[in-house]
Design a protein around this ligand. Structure first.
Ligand code: PXP
Length: 254
């Protein structure tokens, strides 16, 4: 059977994190998105957080106008981002939990079919043609609840598996069993998603080292990867960046 081509969504939040460290204008995540798409990204993902610690509203507006593939806007329910999503109509929105004190999105969304804010947000986004995914823990009941909420997709939170993967590859032994356990959870959640006909995305903590171990998940159609790609970009680009500055200084001093 032919394998599905897995969509690569590149999360560029941390390009904005570097910019916000100086509250300046560089590096511009919009420039990064153009280069990411030239490099083969199928889409660009950004999280407009309530605390605006990295991506700003200006970025989302420019990305909505310039991304050629899919723009996936991550947003928390009830944090005032829905109005912007209604105005810009991104192709995808991923509903995520948000805590002000967290370093990154910790844990999946707690979903209940009785959550009226969630039901309304999903409906508003879908009515305007935005595909809605819910970022959830790899838990079979939670996948069923996502399907009852009529979400188009789930994004399985791969963070616990990724953490276990790194411990297992560093320490082996008992950690390998924990990694296997987390992988089985992802596989079972993916199987339920396939059975219910809900699209399967996955993301968080995926790296160049561990990505291969996820590719067998049944009907996996998208991966959202950020930190590892931005981290590698800093390293593979630094030699050229220093050489450019060296040349400018040398040319000026000559
Ligand atoms: N998917 C979601 C819903 C996220 O919140 C994040 C982190 O912003 C990612 C994917 C990407 O995670 P990472 O930066 O660890 O690759």
């Amino acid at each position: 059977m032919a394998r599905l081509v897995i969509h690569l969504g590149v999360n560029i939040d941390h390009v904005a994190t570097v910019r916000q460290a100086r509250l300046g204008i560089e590096p511009d995540p919009v420039h990064a998105s153009v280069l990411a798409e030239l490099g083969g990204a199928d889409g660009i993902t950004v999280h407009l957080r309530a605390d605006r610690r990295h991506i700003q509203e200006r970025d989302v507006r420019l990305l909505a106008a310039s991304v050629r593939g899919t723009l996936n806007l991550e947003m928390a329910v009830g944090e005032g981002v829905l109005d912007l999503a209604r105005e810009l109509r991104p192709q995808e929105a991923c509903l995520v939990p948000e805590k002000r004190e967290e370093l990154t999105t910790e844990g999946g969304l707690r979903i209940r079919t009785s959550d009226q804010d969630l039901v309304t947000t999903i409906g508003v986004l879908q009515d305007q043609g935005t595909l809605v995914s819910l970022f959830i823990e790899p838990d079979e009941d939670t996948v069923r609840t996502a399907a009852e909420l009529k979400a188009d997709a789930i994004e399985l939170h791969t963070g616990s598996w990724a953490n276990a993967w790194h411990r297992a590859h560093k320490d082996g032994g008992a950690e390998a069993a924990a990694c296997e356990h987390e992988l089985r959870r992802l596989e079972r959640a993916a199987a339920v998603a396939a059975e219910l006909g809900i699209r399967l995305h996955a993301g968080h903590g995926i790296t160049y080292h561990n990505v291969r171990d996820l590719l067998h998940l049944p009907l996996l159609c998208a991966l959202n990867i950020g930190h590892s790609i931005v981290s590698r970009a800093v390293l593979v680009g630094i030699e050229r960046a220093v050489r450019d500055m060296r040349n400018l200084i040398s040319a000026g001093a000559a």
